[in-house]
Design a protein around this ligand. Structure first.
Ligand code: HEM
Ligand code: HEM
Length: 222
């Protein structure tokens, strides 16, 4: 018998696909340069708002979106790798997947922060550049263009390769639950709360994060 379990609540799914769209837009606008950099900045601020939201949702979201449900110490990761993990280890992110998720979140945050301090010395300068010494700006621009960009590309390639591996080798389609929210499991498991009340809470948190980022940028630029 298979049980249908709500694993990814709607706010987490929205977060994921909005993040993917913004990151694609950031890569395209960075290549276009010139006037498109205005959109590079706006999309970067949207990513920051999404990341702040995800940080809060890691404590207030549905069960499987909470950091406590998927962050495991080295022992937990080792147990998973040696096939000794508890059955529920793969309901949300498995312990290895969780590491790549965390790495993506941390490096996206670093990319946004270094972007705020980046200057192309033509027309695009992040809102923090005017407050920082020029060698910091030089370092941040170097990181943004030559390190963070490649680390993120590597993490995203790993992310997509893992998903393809699960579909082709393990016959486990992880993408469908990231769209519909539900997984079919052979055992009963806790469901993520995806009630209208939670969705209203998520919307409120998201609006507050957006206002904080938008307000912060306007303040920095004034
Ligand atoms: C710009 C590229 C991408 C980034 C930065 C990204 C980032 C992320 C992040 C941060 C999570 C964790 C979600 C959370 O717990 O909040 C995640 C999970 C996931 N992503 Fe992506 N993602 C990208 C592209 C994609 C694409 C193109 C697909 C599908 C074709 C995809 C499918 C998934 C799936 C299925 C999960 C859940 C994995 C699991 O079950 O553990 N991602 N992604
Ligand atoms: C996750 C978010 C971001 C990603 C993935 C990203 C990605 C990129 C990439 C791939 C480049 C092109 C590097 C190259 O020329 O090879 C770039 C350039 C740039 N980005 Fe971002 N960026 C992000 C956020 C931001 C933010 C928030 C700002 C500023 C508020 C920003 C400001 C800049 C500037 C000024 C450049 C041009 C640097 C130069 O050509 O010297 N970026 N970004």
């Amino acid at each position: 018998m298979l049980y249908t379990v709500r694993v990814w609540d709607a706010p987490t799914r929205f977060f994921h696909w909005a993040l993917v769209s913004c990151v694609l837009g950031l890569v395209i606008t960075a290549q276009l340069g010139g006037a498109a950099m205005q959109w590079h900045f706006r999309l970067g601020y949207s990513v920051l708002s999404l990341l702040l939201f995800r940080l809060v949702w890691g404590f207030a979201g549905g069960h499987w979106s909470r950091f406590a449900s998927f962050i495991r110490g080295p022992q937990g990761v080792l147990r998973y790798l040696t096939g000794r993990a508890e059955a529920t280890a793969g309901v949300g992110h498995n312990p290895m997947g969780a590491l790549s998720v965390l790495a993506m979140l941390v490096f996206l945050l670093l990319q946004v922060n270094s972007g705020m301090l980046s200057d192309d010395e033509i027309s695009a300068a992040g809102p923090l550049t005017r407050y920082a010494p020029s060698d910091w700006v030089g370092l941040a621009t170097f990181y943004h263009k030559n390190i963070g960009k490649f680390v993120l590309l590597a993490l995203m390639t790993l992310h997509l390769s893992a998903i393809i591996f699960y579909v082709t080798r393990r016959r486990d389609n992880l993408v469908k639950p990231m769209i519909t929210g539900d997984k079919q499991l052979e055992f009963e498991a806790v469901e993520s709360d995806d009630s209208p009340r939670q969705r209203v809470l998520a919307l409120t948190v998201f609006v507050v994060c957006g206002l904080l980022v938008g307000g912060g940028v306007v303040w920095l630029e004034s």
